[in-house]
Design a protein around this ligand. Structure first.
Ligand code: SF4
Length: 417
Protein backbone atom coordinates (compact mmCIF):
# COMPACT_ATOMS: atom_id res chain seq x y z
CA UNK A 1 0.00 0.00 0.00
CA UNK A 2 2.93 2.36 0.55
CA UNK A 3 3.87 1.84 -3.09
CA UNK A 4 0.27 2.55 -4.11
CA UNK A 5 0.19 5.79 -2.12
CA UNK A 6 3.45 6.91 -3.63
CA UNK A 7 2.17 6.01 -7.11
CA UNK A 8 -0.91 8.15 -6.52
CA UNK A 9 1.24 11.09 -5.38
CA UNK A 10 3.46 10.77 -8.42
CA UNK A 11 0.55 10.44 -10.84
CA UNK A 12 -1.10 13.49 -9.26
CA UNK A 13 2.16 15.39 -9.86
CA UNK A 14 2.01 14.46 -13.53
CA UNK A 15 4.44 11.54 -13.69
CA UNK A 16 3.80 8.37 -15.66
CA UNK A 17 4.16 5.52 -13.15
CA UNK A 18 4.09 1.76 -13.63
CA UNK A 19 4.10 -0.93 -10.92
CA UNK A 20 6.33 -3.78 -11.98
CA UNK A 21 8.73 -6.41 -10.70
CA UNK A 22 11.30 -5.58 -13.36
CA UNK A 23 13.01 -2.39 -14.50
CA UNK A 24 12.70 -2.89 -18.25
CA UNK A 25 11.80 0.33 -20.08
CA UNK A 26 12.03 2.58 -17.00
CA UNK A 27 14.32 5.60 -16.71
CA UNK A 28 13.73 6.12 -12.99
CA UNK A 29 13.19 3.10 -10.75
CA UNK A 30 11.79 3.39 -7.22
CA UNK A 31 12.26 0.34 -5.01
CA UNK A 32 10.15 -0.25 -1.91
CA UNK A 33 12.10 -2.31 0.64
CA UNK A 34 11.22 -4.47 3.63
CA UNK A 35 13.37 -4.84 6.74
CA UNK A 36 11.34 -7.39 8.69
CA UNK A 37 13.62 -10.41 8.75
CA UNK A 38 16.71 -11.70 6.97
CA UNK A 39 14.82 -13.33 4.08
CA UNK A 40 12.90 -10.12 3.34
CA UNK A 41 16.05 -8.01 3.62
CA UNK A 42 17.89 -10.31 1.24
CA UNK A 43 15.05 -10.12 -1.26
CA UNK A 44 15.11 -6.30 -1.11
CA UNK A 45 18.87 -6.15 -1.57
CA UNK A 46 18.71 -8.61 -4.49
CA UNK A 47 16.09 -6.42 -6.17
CA UNK A 48 18.31 -3.34 -5.72
CA UNK A 49 21.31 -5.23 -7.13
CA UNK A 50 19.36 -6.34 -10.20
CA UNK A 51 18.28 -2.73 -10.90
CA UNK A 52 21.88 -1.54 -10.39
CA UNK A 53 22.91 -4.12 -13.02
CA UNK A 54 20.24 -2.68 -15.36
CA UNK A 55 21.60 0.82 -14.70
CA UNK A 56 25.11 -0.33 -15.59
CA UNK A 57 23.83 -1.86 -18.82
CA UNK A 58 22.21 1.50 -19.70
CA UNK A 59 18.53 2.41 -19.85
CA UNK A 60 17.88 3.00 -16.15
CA UNK A 61 19.12 6.48 -15.24
CA UNK A 62 18.13 6.91 -11.61
CA UNK A 63 17.48 4.55 -8.71
CA UNK A 64 15.60 5.64 -5.59
CA UNK A 65 15.14 3.27 -2.67
CA UNK A 66 12.56 3.78 0.08
CA UNK A 67 10.76 1.80 2.80
CA UNK A 68 11.75 0.02 6.01
CA UNK A 69 15.18 -1.29 5.04
CA UNK A 70 16.16 2.06 3.62
CA UNK A 71 15.01 3.87 6.76
CA UNK A 72 16.89 1.55 9.09
CA UNK A 73 20.13 1.04 7.25
CA UNK A 74 20.35 4.20 5.14
CA UNK A 75 23.97 4.99 5.98
CA UNK A 76 25.24 1.43 5.54
CA UNK A 77 23.34 1.10 2.26
CA UNK A 78 24.68 4.41 0.97
CA UNK A 79 28.19 3.14 1.49
CA UNK A 80 27.59 -0.34 0.11
CA UNK A 81 25.45 0.67 -2.85
CA UNK A 82 26.76 4.01 -4.20
CA UNK A 83 24.99 3.33 -7.53
CA UNK A 84 21.68 4.12 -5.81
CA UNK A 85 20.97 7.82 -6.32
CA UNK A 86 19.07 8.38 -3.12
CA UNK A 87 17.59 6.58 -0.12
CA UNK A 88 14.34 7.65 1.58
CA UNK A 89 12.54 6.54 4.77
CA UNK A 90 9.12 4.91 5.11
CA UNK A 91 6.85 7.91 4.72
CA UNK A 92 8.97 10.37 2.79
CA UNK A 93 6.69 10.41 -0.24
CA UNK A 94 6.67 14.20 -0.51
CA UNK A 95 10.46 14.24 -0.58
CA UNK A 96 10.50 11.68 -3.38
CA UNK A 97 8.04 13.72 -5.45
CA UNK A 98 10.09 16.90 -4.84
CA UNK A 99 13.38 15.18 -5.70
CA UNK A 100 11.85 14.15 -9.00
CA UNK A 101 10.93 17.79 -9.63
CA UNK A 102 7.21 17.50 -8.85
CA UNK A 103 4.93 19.26 -6.37
CA UNK A 104 3.46 16.99 -3.64
CA UNK A 105 -0.28 17.14 -3.14
CA UNK A 106 -1.58 17.00 0.44
CA UNK A 107 -5.10 15.92 -0.55
CA UNK A 108 -4.37 12.26 -1.26
CA UNK A 109 -5.04 10.80 2.15
CA UNK A 110 -7.85 8.58 0.96
CA UNK A 111 -7.02 8.21 -2.69
CA UNK A 112 -4.37 5.92 -4.09
CA UNK A 113 -3.37 3.96 -7.13
CA UNK A 114 -4.06 0.22 -7.15
CA UNK A 115 -1.21 -2.10 -8.04
CA UNK A 116 -3.41 -5.19 -7.62
CA UNK A 117 -5.97 -6.44 -10.20
CA UNK A 118 -8.91 -4.00 -10.23
CA UNK A 119 -11.29 -6.23 -8.24
CA UNK A 120 -9.32 -6.44 -4.99
CA UNK A 121 -7.33 -3.96 -2.92
CA UNK A 122 -5.50 -3.76 0.37
CA UNK A 123 -6.78 -1.42 3.05
CA UNK A 124 -4.30 -0.57 5.79
CA UNK A 125 -6.29 0.46 8.84
CA UNK A 126 -3.44 1.58 11.06
CA UNK A 127 0.27 2.16 11.05
CA UNK A 128 2.89 1.14 13.61
CA UNK A 129 2.69 -1.25 16.54
CA UNK A 130 2.51 -0.98 20.33
CA UNK A 131 3.71 -4.51 21.03
CA UNK A 132 7.34 -5.36 21.57
CA UNK A 133 7.83 -8.87 20.24
CA UNK A 134 11.42 -9.82 21.03
CA UNK A 135 12.37 -10.71 17.47
CA UNK A 136 10.70 -7.83 15.67
CA UNK A 137 12.18 -4.54 14.51
CA UNK A 138 8.95 -3.13 13.08
CA UNK A 139 8.03 -0.90 16.05
CA UNK A 140 11.56 0.56 15.84
CA UNK A 141 10.97 1.39 12.18
CA UNK A 142 7.28 2.22 12.01
CA UNK A 143 6.74 3.70 15.48
CA UNK A 144 3.72 3.49 17.79
CA UNK A 145 0.28 2.34 16.68
CA UNK A 146 -1.78 5.02 14.90
CA UNK A 147 -5.29 4.05 13.80
CA UNK A 148 -6.82 5.73 10.77
CA UNK A 149 -10.29 7.13 11.61
CA UNK A 150 -13.28 4.99 10.60
CA UNK A 151 -14.72 7.82 8.45
CA UNK A 152 -11.50 8.13 6.45
CA UNK A 153 -11.35 4.38 5.85
CA UNK A 154 -14.99 4.37 4.72
CA UNK A 155 -14.24 7.18 2.23
CA UNK A 156 -11.19 5.28 0.98
CA UNK A 157 -13.29 2.12 0.61
CA UNK A 158 -16.03 3.99 -1.28
CA UNK A 159 -13.41 5.31 -3.71
CA UNK A 160 -12.02 1.81 -4.16
CA UNK A 161 -15.51 0.33 -4.69
CA UNK A 162 -16.28 3.02 -7.27
CA UNK A 163 -13.25 1.79 -9.21
CA UNK A 164 -14.50 -1.79 -9.22
CA UNK A 165 -12.93 -3.23 -6.06
CA UNK A 166 -15.06 -6.07 -4.68
CA UNK A 167 -12.70 -7.64 -2.19
CA UNK A 168 -11.08 -5.64 0.58
CA UNK A 169 -7.97 -7.07 2.23
CA UNK A 170 -7.64 -5.53 5.68
CA UNK A 171 -4.07 -5.16 6.88
CA UNK A 172 -2.00 -3.37 9.54
CA UNK A 173 0.92 -4.38 11.66
CA UNK A 174 -1.74 -5.42 14.23
CA UNK A 175 -5.38 -5.23 13.11
CA UNK A 176 -6.92 -6.28 16.43
CA UNK A 177 -5.47 -3.25 18.25
CA UNK A 178 -7.44 -0.99 15.93
CA UNK A 179 -9.12 1.95 17.66
CA UNK A 180 -7.48 1.96 21.10
CA UNK A 181 -5.31 4.99 20.40
CA UNK A 182 -8.11 6.97 18.72
CA UNK A 183 -11.28 5.90 20.49
CA UNK A 184 -10.04 4.36 23.73
CA UNK A 185 -11.35 0.89 22.85
CA UNK A 186 -10.88 -1.82 20.23
CA UNK A 187 -13.13 -0.76 17.42
CA UNK A 188 -12.46 -3.46 14.84
CA UNK A 189 -16.00 -4.95 14.90
CA UNK A 190 -17.57 -1.53 14.24
CA UNK A 191 -15.06 -0.76 11.52
CA UNK A 192 -15.70 -4.07 9.73
CA UNK A 193 -19.44 -3.47 9.87
CA UNK A 194 -19.06 0.07 8.50
CA UNK A 195 -16.86 -1.15 5.65
CA UNK A 196 -19.26 -3.97 4.83
CA UNK A 197 -21.99 -1.39 4.26
CA UNK A 198 -20.08 0.17 1.37
CA UNK A 199 -21.96 -0.63 -1.82
CA UNK A 200 -19.97 -2.79 -4.21
CA UNK A 201 -17.77 -4.45 -1.58
CA UNK A 202 -18.64 -8.14 -1.47
CA UNK A 203 -15.78 -9.72 0.46
CA UNK A 204 -13.79 -8.39 3.41
CA UNK A 205 -10.80 -10.40 4.54
CA UNK A 206 -8.95 -9.86 7.82
CA UNK A 207 -5.18 -10.24 8.12
CA UNK A 208 -2.56 -9.90 10.88
CA UNK A 209 -4.85 -10.34 13.86
CA UNK A 210 -2.65 -10.27 16.94
CA UNK A 211 -3.75 -13.08 19.27
CA UNK A 212 -3.13 -11.51 22.73
CA UNK A 213 -6.19 -9.64 24.03
CA UNK A 214 -8.07 -10.69 20.92
CA UNK A 215 -11.32 -8.68 20.71
CA UNK A 216 -13.86 -11.49 20.90
CA UNK A 217 -16.74 -9.23 19.88
CA UNK A 218 -15.32 -9.46 16.35
CA UNK A 219 -16.33 -13.14 16.21
CA UNK A 220 -20.13 -12.71 15.88
CA UNK A 221 -19.52 -10.08 13.18
CA UNK A 222 -17.32 -12.49 11.25
CA UNK A 223 -19.85 -15.29 11.71
CA UNK A 224 -23.03 -13.39 10.87
CA UNK A 225 -22.00 -10.81 8.30
CA UNK A 226 -22.04 -12.52 4.89
CA UNK A 227 -19.54 -10.04 3.47
CA UNK A 228 -16.86 -11.07 5.94
CA UNK A 229 -14.84 -13.97 4.62
CA UNK A 230 -14.75 -16.92 7.00
CA UNK A 231 -11.00 -16.52 6.99
CA UNK A 232 -8.57 -15.18 9.54
CA UNK A 233 -4.85 -14.60 9.25
CA UNK A 234 -3.65 -14.83 12.83
CA UNK A 235 0.13 -15.09 13.32
CA UNK A 236 0.60 -17.30 16.40
CA UNK A 237 4.39 -17.70 15.99
CA UNK A 238 4.72 -20.57 18.51
CA UNK A 239 2.92 -22.73 21.06
CA UNK A 240 5.61 -23.56 23.62
CA UNK A 241 5.05 -21.48 26.75
CA UNK A 242 8.77 -20.95 27.16
CA UNK A 243 9.26 -19.73 23.59
CA UNK A 244 6.15 -17.51 23.68
CA UNK A 245 7.50 -15.95 26.85
CA UNK A 246 10.90 -15.35 25.25
CA UNK A 247 9.13 -13.89 22.24
CA UNK A 248 7.23 -11.50 24.56
CA UNK A 249 3.96 -12.21 22.79
CA UNK A 250 1.74 -11.43 25.79
CA UNK A 251 -0.08 -14.76 25.47
CA UNK A 252 0.71 -18.22 26.80
CA UNK A 253 0.22 -21.70 25.43
CA UNK A 254 -3.11 -22.37 27.16
CA UNK A 255 -4.58 -19.04 26.05
CA UNK A 256 -3.42 -19.63 22.48
CA UNK A 257 -5.08 -23.06 22.34
CA UNK A 258 -8.26 -21.65 23.89
CA UNK A 259 -8.39 -18.87 21.31
CA UNK A 260 -8.01 -21.28 18.40
CA UNK A 261 -10.77 -23.48 19.85
CA UNK A 262 -13.02 -20.47 20.28
CA UNK A 263 -12.44 -19.30 16.70
CA UNK A 264 -13.33 -22.73 15.35
CA UNK A 265 -16.39 -23.05 17.61
CA UNK A 266 -17.78 -19.56 17.01
CA UNK A 267 -17.18 -19.40 13.27
CA UNK A 268 -17.92 -22.84 11.85
CA UNK A 269 -15.89 -23.60 8.75
CA UNK A 270 -13.40 -20.77 9.31
CA UNK A 271 -10.09 -21.10 7.46
CA UNK A 272 -7.20 -20.14 9.73
CA UNK A 273 -3.89 -18.94 8.34
CA UNK A 274 -1.01 -18.66 10.75
CA UNK A 275 2.70 -17.97 10.62
CA UNK A 276 5.27 -19.57 12.89
CA UNK A 277 8.88 -18.79 13.72
CA UNK A 278 11.28 -21.68 14.22
CA UNK A 279 14.72 -21.47 15.77
CA UNK A 280 13.83 -18.67 18.21
CA UNK A 281 16.08 -18.57 21.30
CA UNK A 282 14.62 -21.02 23.80
CA UNK A 283 13.29 -23.44 21.19
CA UNK A 284 14.91 -26.65 22.37
CA UNK A 285 13.96 -30.08 21.00
CA UNK A 286 11.00 -30.43 23.35
CA UNK A 287 9.64 -26.99 22.39
CA UNK A 288 9.96 -27.79 18.70
CA UNK A 289 8.18 -31.13 19.15
CA UNK A 290 5.40 -29.28 20.96
CA UNK A 291 5.09 -27.00 17.94
CA UNK A 292 4.94 -29.97 15.56
CA UNK A 293 2.23 -31.60 17.68
CA UNK A 294 0.27 -28.34 17.74
CA UNK A 295 0.37 -28.05 13.93
CA UNK A 296 -0.68 -31.71 13.60
CA UNK A 297 -3.59 -31.28 16.03
CA UNK A 298 -4.84 -27.89 14.90
CA UNK A 299 -4.79 -28.63 11.16
CA UNK A 300 -4.44 -25.03 10.07
CA UNK A 301 -5.90 -24.48 6.64
CA UNK A 302 -2.94 -22.27 5.70
CA UNK A 303 0.44 -21.95 7.33
CA UNK A 304 3.83 -20.34 6.71
CA UNK A 305 7.10 -20.65 8.63
CA UNK A 306 9.94 -18.17 9.06
CA UNK A 307 13.37 -18.95 10.45
CA UNK A 308 14.42 -16.71 13.35
CA UNK A 309 17.03 -14.12 12.56
CA UNK A 310 18.54 -11.75 15.09
CA UNK A 311 17.55 -8.17 14.27
CA UNK A 312 19.68 -5.30 15.47
CA UNK A 313 18.21 -3.22 18.27
CA UNK A 314 15.46 -5.69 19.18
CA UNK A 315 14.87 -7.10 22.65
CA UNK A 316 15.92 -10.51 21.36
CA UNK A 317 19.24 -9.22 20.06
CA UNK A 318 19.95 -7.53 23.38
CA UNK A 319 18.89 -10.35 25.70
CA UNK A 320 19.41 -13.66 23.91
CA UNK A 321 22.17 -15.43 22.03
CA UNK A 322 21.17 -16.82 18.65
CA UNK A 323 22.70 -20.28 19.12
CA UNK A 324 20.66 -22.46 16.76
CA UNK A 325 22.56 -22.91 13.48
CA UNK A 326 20.85 -21.76 10.27
CA UNK A 327 20.94 -25.30 8.90
CA UNK A 328 19.00 -26.56 11.90
CA UNK A 329 16.47 -23.72 11.62
CA UNK A 330 15.90 -24.54 7.96
CA UNK A 331 15.52 -28.24 8.76
CA UNK A 332 12.86 -27.37 11.35
CA UNK A 333 11.07 -25.15 8.87
CA UNK A 334 11.12 -27.95 6.29
CA UNK A 335 9.72 -30.43 8.81
CA UNK A 336 6.78 -28.19 9.66
CA UNK A 337 6.14 -27.36 6.01
CA UNK A 338 6.09 -31.00 4.94
CA UNK A 339 3.71 -31.77 7.80
CA UNK A 340 1.54 -28.88 6.63
CA UNK A 341 1.68 -30.08 3.02
CA UNK A 342 0.12 -33.38 4.09
CA UNK A 343 -2.59 -31.59 6.10
CA UNK A 344 -3.31 -29.18 3.26
CA UNK A 345 -3.63 -32.04 0.76
CA UNK A 346 -6.13 -33.81 3.04
CA UNK A 347 -8.16 -30.66 3.61
CA UNK A 348 -8.21 -29.91 -0.11
CA UNK A 349 -9.36 -33.44 -0.96
CA UNK A 350 -12.31 -33.01 1.39
CA UNK A 351 -13.52 -30.25 -0.93
CA UNK A 352 -13.86 -32.50 -4.00
CA UNK A 353 -17.48 -32.77 -5.11
CA UNK A 354 -18.50 -29.56 -3.32
CA UNK A 355 -19.37 -26.23 -4.91
CA UNK A 356 -17.72 -22.96 -3.82
CA UNK A 357 -18.39 -19.37 -4.72
CA UNK A 358 -15.23 -18.37 -6.53
CA UNK A 359 -13.90 -14.95 -7.45
CA UNK A 360 -12.01 -15.13 -10.72
CA UNK A 361 -8.64 -13.34 -10.65
CA UNK A 362 -7.30 -13.95 -14.14
CA UNK A 363 -7.60 -15.87 -17.38
CA UNK A 364 -4.79 -18.11 -18.55
CA UNK A 365 -4.47 -20.26 -21.61
CA UNK A 366 -7.28 -22.83 -21.31
CA UNK A 367 -8.35 -22.10 -17.74
CA UNK A 368 -9.26 -19.36 -15.30
CA UNK A 369 -7.71 -18.88 -11.86
CA UNK A 370 -9.83 -17.77 -8.94
CA UNK A 371 -10.16 -18.03 -5.19
CA UNK A 372 -12.77 -19.03 -2.66
CA UNK A 373 -13.42 -17.01 0.49
CA UNK A 374 -10.84 -19.26 2.18
CA UNK A 375 -7.87 -17.99 0.15
CA UNK A 376 -6.12 -14.66 0.17
CA UNK A 377 -4.44 -13.51 -3.06
CA UNK A 378 -0.80 -14.27 -3.83
CA UNK A 379 -0.25 -16.26 -0.64
CA UNK A 380 -2.87 -19.01 -0.49
CA UNK A 381 -4.02 -21.55 -3.06
CA UNK A 382 -6.09 -20.97 -6.17
CA UNK A 383 -9.01 -22.67 -7.86
CA UNK A 384 -8.10 -23.46 -11.45
CA UNK A 385 -11.31 -23.66 -13.45
CA UNK A 386 -11.50 -25.25 -16.85
CA UNK A 387 -14.14 -23.71 -19.05
CA UNK A 388 -15.14 -24.48 -22.59
CA UNK A 389 -14.02 -21.14 -23.97
CA UNK A 390 -12.47 -19.30 -21.04
CA UNK A 391 -15.84 -17.75 -20.47
CA UNK A 392 -15.32 -16.66 -16.87
CA UNK A 393 -14.63 -12.99 -16.33
CA UNK A 394 -11.95 -11.73 -13.91
CA UNK A 395 -13.57 -9.81 -11.07
CA UNK A 396 -16.81 -11.83 -11.18
CA UNK A 397 -18.10 -14.56 -8.87
CA UNK A 398 -19.09 -18.05 -10.06
CA UNK A 399 -20.23 -21.23 -8.35
CA UNK A 400 -17.46 -23.69 -9.12
CA UNK A 401 -17.63 -27.46 -8.57
CA UNK A 402 -14.36 -28.83 -7.20
CA UNK A 403 -13.25 -31.86 -9.18
CA UNK A 404 -9.65 -32.48 -8.08
CA UNK A 405 -7.11 -31.31 -5.50
CA UNK A 406 -3.40 -30.77 -5.22
CA UNK A 407 -1.51 -29.83 -2.07
CA UNK A 408 -2.33 -26.15 -2.26
CA UNK A 409 -4.48 -25.62 -5.39
CA UNK A 410 -7.90 -26.93 -6.34
CA UNK A 411 -9.28 -27.77 -9.76
CA UNK A 412 -12.87 -27.12 -10.69
CA UNK A 413 -15.40 -26.80 -13.43
CA UNK A 414 -18.15 -24.37 -14.09
CA UNK A 415 -21.27 -24.81 -16.16
CA UNK A 416 -23.47 -21.84 -16.86
CA UNK A 417 -26.93 -22.30 -15.32
S1 SF4 B 1 2.80 -7.44 16.81
FE1 SF4 B 1 4.91 -8.12 17.25
S2 SF4 B 1 5.56 -9.07 15.34
FE2 SF4 B 1 3.79 -7.80 14.82
S3 SF4 B 1 4.64 -5.81 14.23
FE3 SF4 B 1 4.18 -5.68 16.40
S4 SF4 B 1 6.10 -6.21 17.44
FE4 SF4 B 1 6.26 -6.92 15.30
Amino acid sequence: MDSERLMQQLQAAGFHVRHSDHAAGAKTVLINTCGFINDAKEESVNTILSVIAAKKRGGVERIFVFGCLSQRYRHELQQELPEVDRFFGVEEFDKIVETLGGVPSPKYLTRRAIATPPHYAYLKISEGCNWGCAYCAIPLIRGKHRSTPVEQLVVETKLLAARGVKELLITAQDTTYYGIDLYGYRRLPGLLTALSEVKGIEWIRLHYAYPAQFPEDVLPVMRDNPKLCKYLDIPLQHISGKVLKNMRRGINSRQTRALVEKLRAEIPGIALRTTLIVGHPGEDDAAFRELEDFVEETRFERLGVFCYSEEEGTYGAQHFTDTIPDREKQARRDRIMSLQARISQQLNEEKIGKTFRTLIDRQEDGYCAGRTQYDTPEVDGEVLVSTANNALQPGKFYDVLITAAETYDLFGSYSAP
